[in-house]
Design a binder for this molecule. Structure first.
Ligand SMILES: [Zn+2]
Length: 484
């Protein structure tokens, strides 16, 4: 949840956006292979679909607030894409604010890198390798095939189809699960093809194509990233199969062209100061409690629930996936009563017992409601709580027959919302990447003593793509440290 984002309840459900496209099947020529290929979407539809999805991704994950960095990635990406088989697409490259190393392509030429991926790479050539690979997925239309399949699969998602108008935001959060389908593996053949295409684009632009190996190596060394993130890691959708790495090396070995562009200083200058790991300023979970240093509140979430902290909402899903909790800001409301009135006057909503309450010192309105969904009647509770000049909405719902089971948990969650004044939380700072240049030859361990990092020496070695603490860093080499 971030303070700067304006909340929009009308964010269109991703599932709804896709259905139109699934209906229109036809044949098109694959731009890369030149072969006629059965496809569900035309190019115009592909672009429109990608545009909508890109908007959703930007909104749900949030973009890194660094215009220079965004423009830089756009420039490198556009340069590569201009040489591709589909230069006319509205190529758009953005960095989303997520700590997990990943990159993904949406149909129509909308490509995203995560902050976590930017942190890990150490040259423009590595950036070009990853961007080139993702461009390859778009030019070969892998993402179109994938998105069509993904949308079809999403129709089967049980909980995702609990739809009712007032839950538009909850659906927005759940659509995240639909989006995740996009990040699943395209399949071995598609990955191999994207590797080859990316290699071709990067080489055409004169980038050092051996750098792709380093990206693989670094990702393999950090291993699978834990489930804290909203999205899976690049390795999850791009298995680093030995065969794939060997093919990349063999391709690089055939290159005789010299010199090739590495772009290390240019790249590192761009990521200097970038947040590393989770950014606690946007709220974080600690032992099941959600804490927000900027908005200064805390709220408990039930144990064992799957949670996600998105720019516009904090969502939680019961282990059995049959109950949903969502915390948002009540947009445009002047206080709890006004927010409650607006919410409860929605068509199709049956309003139950409603009461004014005092939740840990804050004026609040808590109400019970029922609504008809496609899956039957759902029952829920909603609390509107005033705090620090904002009104927060905590909504919880489940199929009607489950309500009595979940009601105590719903009540506890709403009742746990309260002010947070812990200075340690209020003043918490994210870790950042700091680029420094060695003044003399030294080992990584010596370097670590001279420029202390908040991460382990082992992780520092991975970040700087060297073996371990005993590795020698030549004088004048650009290295990264992570500082508070
Ligand atoms: Zn791929």
């Amino acid at each position: 949840m971030s303070i700067s984002t304006t909340l929009c309840g009308q964010a269109r459900a991703w599932a709804a956006a896709g259905l139109v496209c699934v209906m229109a099947a036809g044949c098109a020529t694959n731009p890369v292979t030149g072969r006629r290929q059965f496809t569900l979407v035309s190019e115009a539809q592909e672009i429109q679909m990608g545009q909508q999805a890109a908007q959703e991704v930007s909104q749900q994950l949030g973009l890194v607030d660094n215009e220079a960095l965004q423009q830089y990635v756009q420039r490198v990406g556009a340069q590569l894409a201009a040489e591709s088989e589909r230069p006319h697409l509205p190529w758009t490259f953005r960095v989303v604010d997520d700590p997990t190393p990943n990159a993904f392509a949406l149909p129509g030429g909308f490509i995203f890198m995560t902050r976590g991926m930017m942190d890990l790479m150490d040259s423009e050539a590595e950036l070009a390798a990853v961007l080139g690979h993702e461009i390859g997925h778009v030019t070969a239309r892998h993402s179109v095939t994938q998105i069509s399949r993904g949308q079809l699969a999403q129709l089967g998602l049980g909980v995702g189809s609990i739809l009712f108008p007032s839950a538009a935001q909850a659906v927005g959060g759940l659509a995240q699960q639909g989006m995740q389908l996009l990040f699943l593996s395209y399949g071995r053949d598609a990955e191999r093809q994207a590797d080859e295409l990316g290699f071709r684009y990067a080489l055409r632009e004169g980038f050092e194509v051996r750098e792709m190996d380093d990206v693989f190596a670094t990702l393999l060394r950090i291993g699978e990233v834990s489930g804290r993130s909203e999205i899976p890691s690049w390795l999850a959708s791009h298995p680093a199969e030995p065969e794939r790495i060997a093919a990349a090396q063999a391709r690089a070995d055939t290159v005789t062209r010299r010199p090739l562009e590495l772009g290390r200083e240019t790249y590192l200058a761009r990521i200097d100061g970038l947040v590393y790991g989770d950014d606690p300023r946007q709220g974080f979970f600690r032992d099941g409690v959600f804490l927000h240093p900027e908005l200064r509140f805390r709220m408990n979430f039930p144990q064992g629930w799957q949670t996600q902290n998105l720019p516009q909402a904090v969502n939680a899903l019961a282990p059995q996936k049959d109950a949903i909790l969502q915390l948002t800001l009540a947009q445009g409301a002047s206080g709890a009563e006004d927010a409650a009135r607006r919410f409860l006057s929605q068509q199709g909503l049956r309003v139950g017992q409603t009461s004014r309450q005092n939740v840990n010192g804050s004026p609040a309105v808590v109400a019970y409601f029922q609504a008809q969904s496609q899956q039957g009647v759902i029952s829920g509770m909603v609390g509107f709580i005033e705090h620090g000049g904002n009104t927060y909405q905590v909504m919880a719902y489940t199929p009607a027959q489950m309500f009595s089971r979940y009601e105590p948990a719903f009540r506890q969650v709403i009742g746990s919302f309260g002010p947070m004044n812990d200075p340690a939380v209020i003043n918490i700072r994210p870790n950042r990447v700091d680029v420094v240049r060695t003044t003399r030859q030294m080992t990584l361990a010596e370097f670590n003593r001279q420029y202390p990092s908040v991460i382990l020496l082992r992780d520092l070695a991975i970040l700087n793509q060297v073996e371990d603490g005993a590795s020698i860093l030549p004088a004048g080499s650009w290295k990264r440290v992570v500082t508070e």
